[in-house]
Write a protein that binds this ligand. Structure first.
Ligand code: PLP
Length: 403
């Protein structure tokens, strides 16, 4: 079990009294991460992979140690980890570095965040590839049968989220890996909403790419990573080149480095990588199994509490098929109105609107104004969930009275 009271001491922002239910958008940051980053700025501030003086060597080894530790967090034993600034950058890196041939097919889903959909539409415009999107069930589940039917021998890439950022639903990624590989395709997993919450093991999942953001998992903004399997490595030609990516340059030609630095053009987010390393150490010390257990328990109470309220419509599957993200609407109120009332009446921060997932919200859920989304993380308590439910009771009562 998590010692939530102790965890909360690491997040001074909670002393403001905010009930933070928007960790899906970005998590809060613990003091430990900030002090690790401060140490870099105050004690060994230098660029990486360039100078050979002591400070530069220290910065380089801290940066490479960060890469190694982040790789071990996802058990990336059979591939490489490229440091990026977020999930969006990681996915675009794959989209524009893969060697496409006209007629190649990309299979994705309508469950996706825009960051795992728009890059593929852009590939269709630029490289003449086809994009096919599997429609989830009304509860936001992806059926293995639909994957079997859609992935074929012309498929070069299957790109799918692991966990929906709107509904919290978990997708069948291991089956997707099997199906993709049976057809000689690669599998990209958008891990933005899974890596912060559950133990993700790329060796077990068998994916070729895993993209995730540090800022959703206690790390700093501007940090993230892209795992690339050995099989996929050969299929990529870096989209950005320049300083930090080359082994040698002559007039008119260059040879790229062999390792992950070939994808990291220019000075990387050094403090950000070091901060993300501290964040994964922090999460590992809590134990990811305990993290997910805690969130699921609170999530279940939140889901059931909301389902039992008159005038509240809850979306997504039952708790056993999802993580601690709940999307809903209140009859007679716009999602933004609900978010503003919760903020003003009880200092509760929830997200409202489209959640960067318009195809899901408009085509599958058919909610043109979007939804309200409450999401949980390691620092949320039972008491906060009860306060949220009380605030919701009050809000729905007055909404129903006004009808
Ligand atoms: N994918 C999913 C599932 C997300 O939830 C998000 C952000 O909410 C992203 C991708 C994009 O993440 P970032 O803005 O860090 O690039």
């Amino acid at each position: 079990m998590l010692n939530v009271e102790k965890i909360r001491e690491d997040f001074p922002i909670l002393e403001t009294g905010v009930i933070y239910l928007d960790s899906t958008a970005t998590s809060l940051t613990p003091k430990q991460v900030l002090s690790e980053m401060e140490k870099y700025y105050l004690e060994y501030r230098a660029n990486v992979g360039r100078g050979i003086y002591e400070l530069a060597e220290r910065a380089t080894s801290a940066y490479e140690a960060a890469r190694k530790r982040i790789a071990s967090f996802i058990n990336a034993i059979k591939g490489e980890v490229v440091m990026v600034k977020n999930t969006t950058e990681a996915i675009n890196l794959v989209a524009h570095s893969l060697k496409w041939r006209k007629g190649d097919k990309i299979v994705t889903t309508l469950l996706e965040h825009h960051s795992n959909y728009l890059p593929w539409l852009r590939c269709a415009e630029r490289y003449g590839v086809k994009v096919e999107a599997i429609k989830p069930t009304p509860q936001g589940m992806i059926e293995v049968d639909d994957l079997e039917k859609t992935v074929d021998d012309s498929t070069k890439l299957v790109a799918m989220t692991h966990v929906s950022n709107v509904l919290g639903s978990i997708t069948p990624v291991e089956e997707a890996a099997r199906i993709a590989h049976e057809h000689g395709a690669l599998l990209l997993i958008d891990g933005a909403q899974s890596v912060p919450h559950i133990k993700v093991d790329v060796a077990k999942l068998g994916c070729d790419f895993l993209a995730f953001s540090g800022h959703k998992m206690c790390g700093p903004t501007g940090s993230g990573a892209l795992y690339i399997s050995r099989e996929a490595w050969e299929e990529l030609d870096p989209v950005f080149v320049g300083g930090g990516t080359v082994e040698s340059v002559e007039e008119g030609r260059f040879t790229l480095l062999k390792g992950p630095a070939r994808f990291e053009a220019g000075t990387p987010g050094i403090a950000e990588a070091i901060g993300l390393k501290r964040a994964v150490e922090y999460l590992d010390a809590l134990n990811m199994d305990h993290v997910v257990k805690h969130e699921r328990k609170l999530g279940e109470r939140m889901y059931e509490g909301l389902c039992s309220m008159e005038g509240v419509e809850v979306y997504g599957p039952e708790p056993k098929y999802k993580l601690g993200i709940t999307s809903f609407n209140v009859e007679g109120l716009d999602p933004h109105e609900v978010a503003l009332i919760l903020d003003a009446s009880a200092k509760i921060a929830v997200r409202s609107g489209m959640h960067c997932a318009q195809p899901l919200i408009k085509q599958v859920l058919k909610k043109p104004k979007g939804t309200v989304r409450a999401s949980l993380y390691i620092y949320n308590t039972k008491e906060e969930v009860e306060k949220f439910l009380s605030a919701m009771e009050e809000l729905t009562r007055s909404a129903l009275k006004r009808k």
